[in-house]
Structure formats: C-alpha cells, structure tokens
Design a protein. Structure first.
Length: 72
C-alpha cells in the first residue's frame, strides 16, 4: 500500500514536533507524567505543528543566541 506524499508532508513534521515536545516533557521533573491533560496537550502540539513548531524553534534559537552573548 502506497502512502500519498501529501500525507507525509503533514505526518513527518508532526511526528518530529511531537518528539521534540515529548523529550522536553520527559525531562521536566515538575510535570506530572500521570496527568491525562499533559499527554493530551502533547498530542495537540503535534497535530498543530504548523503553529507550534515555529515557536519551538524560535525559542530555542533565542536561547542559543542569548547564551552566546553571556559567554562572550
């Protein structure tokens, strides 16, 4: 069975966004891993990747640039 390319254009970035959010969530010691709301939020982050991914990348880049200024 062949997967349409248009599906992959959505599913691949959604999966990447979900994995980025999942890793951050698992590293967060203050977040409840038993909360259904937290897991639902991760799913929503992945599904709405066209909105959430630019913010995630932007925040990460901003923190990298700020850490470079501190070190300089």
């Amino acid at each position: 069975m062949r997967v349409p390319m248009s599906y992959l254009y959505y599913a691949v970035p959604a999966g990447i966004t979900f994995l980025i959010a999942l890793v951050a969530f698992l590293k967060d010691t203050g977040a409840s891993k038993a909360s259904v709301f937290n897991w639902l939020f991760l799913v929503v982050v992945g599904l709405l990747w066209p909105l959430t991914l630019p913010f995630i990348v932007g925040k990460r880049l901003l923190s990298l640039f700020q850490s470079e200024k501190i070190e300089a």
